[in-house]
Design a protein around this ligand. Structure first.
Ligand code: FAD
Length: 491
């Protein structure tokens, strides 16, 4: 048996079920990463995400080399590339960890085609704590409100213990893997041009972040030993640096949520750290992904006919899976309104100057400006400030949430296909269990409450106080509420 291990958003060795299976192959295994910007189901990466991916693949390639597994890099439509690589080296089986967004249609089609050509295709549990089809309401539907969703998760069988990283391959398997990779041309990573050059705007990202699994595990350990103690009390105060800052690592699967979950429970048991609020934040990530999974399911089920559903549904070939029958993904979350009432919402076409002021952190509102500057400088923004900045764009400027979502997609190192559009719709008042539309964050009050000393604003946007304010908060709030009334009162 020769194995091809296909890495996607799971760039790690620990708690990687597909890797554990491939590494046990006595005939050796080759790993593959495909940069897929061609399939209709994949969303081209933003700039900050590309920078992270370059660093992450560099780290993964070294870690795999130590195990004796070569990493092949290819660019193209994944469905085609995986089959080409498999047939070029007479691969017997292809393994991967599941994904839960629109791309799972690719995996489902690929499974059918690989199997038709005599290649075994096996998928394993992916980057969620709970499989989306396993968390069901009493009537068999899926949850649309967070609290009962999270209660159901907490009442479900606990997430599995993370798997240890595999040991190095045997000398024989290493030799076979090396022979297997000969003749499998791999793109030089530099040829993908993932990193910016002129200008190199990523210097601030490199100062703040060290991508890769080793850094992710160290970050988790540091968080649990320090910030976790006061997390519940301090998490809304951006100047206090209280978050785990694990989101980019989880976005790229450099650490699995199961690893985070069990480590947090370990800190609670061993050191009495109260991790309930922290775990419930992981619950929001989970809720965003489950929402994304189910959002397209109904329309996709109608479209599904000839295609095998095992990956689309979650890989029914995996032991213990109770995945539903045919369910294929439909439209990705960033392309659809979760609340169809908002299809007719009268969003405003913002002027270029307004949008530029928001993007550059020149609105004259300190908290918004500091957040937008933190984002540009470091690829990250504190959660409370994300909410305020997003509310400012969608309510005070009345811009379609898609405009802001696209900017975050391009600039966040943790830009995530579920969490980003989910949270934008949540703030804009049109998402799942969303903040009510009439809740318009007042950036001045928010600053007084969550940055009372002005330390965060001083760190990122000391200039803001000198700027004229872009909008009148009271007038734009009234305008937003009037716009909302038009859809609320629509027949
Ligand atoms: P912590 O407070 O330490 O939380 C632990 C983990 O829980 C995070 O790493 C993250 O994985 C998860 N989490 C926390 N809050 C949320 C949330 N509201 N939704 C989903 N998961 C959450 N998060 C992303 O990972 N990617 C995104 O693209 C993204 N876009 C966002 C856009 C907007 C408009 C808003 C309001 C929020 C967005 N978030 C996104 C959620 C949240 O802001 C970040 O997850 C959080 O700031 C990351 O910091 P942390 O790792 O220190 O989080």
């Amino acid at each position: 048996m020769t194995s091809l291990l296909w890495f996607r958003d799971d760039l790690r060795l620990t708690d990687h079920a597909a890797l554990a299976a491939a590494a046990a192959d006595p005939e050796g295994a080759v790993a593959l990463y495909v940069l897929d910007e061609m399939s209709p189901e994949t969303r081209p990466l933003g700039g900050a995400a590309k920078w992270w991916l370059h660093e992450s693949l560099t780290a993964l390639s070294s870690a795999l080399a130590e195990l004796g597994i070569p990493l092949v890099l290819r660019r193209g439509a994944a469905e085609q590339v995986v089959r080409e690589v498999a047939s070029a080296r007479a691969i017997d089986r292809v393994l991967w960890n599941r994904r839960y967004g629109a791309e799972r249609a690719i995996d489902a089609r690929l499974k059918v085609r690989l199997r038709a050509s005599g290649v075994t295709a096996t998928s394993y549990r992916g980057g969620l704590l709970f499989e989306p089809w396993a968390v069901r309401t009493g009537s068999g539907g899926h949850y649309r409100v967070y609290s009962p969703f999270w209660r159901a998760c907490l009442g479900a069988p606990a997430p599995a213990e993370p798997l240890a990283a595999p040991g190095a391959l045997t000398p024989r398997a290493t030799r076979l893997a090396s022979e297997l990779s000969v003749g499998l041309a791999s793109d030089p990573l530099a040829d993908w041009c993932l990193q910016p050059t002129s200008p190199n705007w990523a210097a601030g990202l490199a100062t703040r972040w060290v991508p890769g699994e080793a850094a992710a595990l160290a970050q988790l350990e540091r968080f649990l030993a320090t910030r976790a103690r006061d997390y519940a009390a301090n998490r809304d105060f951006p100047a206090l640096d209280t978050g785990s800052e694990l989101s980019p690592y989880m976005r790229w699967g450099e650490i699995s949520p199961r690893t985070v979950w069990h480590a947090a429970l370990g800190a609670a048991a061993d050191h009495g750290v109260d991790v309930g609020v922290f775990l419930s934040e992981l619950g929001w990530r989970e809720f965003a992904w489950h929402t994304a999974f189910h959002a397209g399911a109904a329309e996709a089920a109608r479209a599904a006919d000839a295609t095998d559903a095992t990956d689309a549904a979650g890989g029914a070939n995996t032991a213990g899976s109770t995945a539903p029958a045919v369910v294929l993904p439909g439209t990705a979350l960033h392309e659809r309104e979760l609340n169809p009432q908002f299809d007719a919402f009268p969003w405003r076409a913002t002027t270029e100057a307004e949008l530029a002021a928001w993007q550059r952190g020149e609105t004259g509102f300190g908290l918004v400006d500091a957040g937008m500057r933190e984002l540009r400088a470091t690829g990250f923004m504190h959660n409370r400030v994300r909410m305020v900045a997003a509310s400012f764009l969608t309510k005070n400027l009345l811009a379609n949430w898609r405009v802001g979502e696209a900017w975050f997609w391009d600039t966040l190192v943790d830009a995530d296909a579920a969490s980003n559009p989910f949270n934008w719709q949540w703030v804009a008042g049109c998402g799942a269990d969303a903040a009510p539309y009439f809740r318009v964050f007042n950036p001045e009050t928010q600053q007084q409450k969550f940055d009372p000393e002005g330390a965060y604003v001083e760190r990122f946007a000391p200039h803001s106080v000198m700027l004229p304010q872009l909008v009148d908060l009271r007038e734009t709030r009234v305008r937003a509420l009037a716009a909302y009334d038009t859809v609320r009162n629509a027949p």
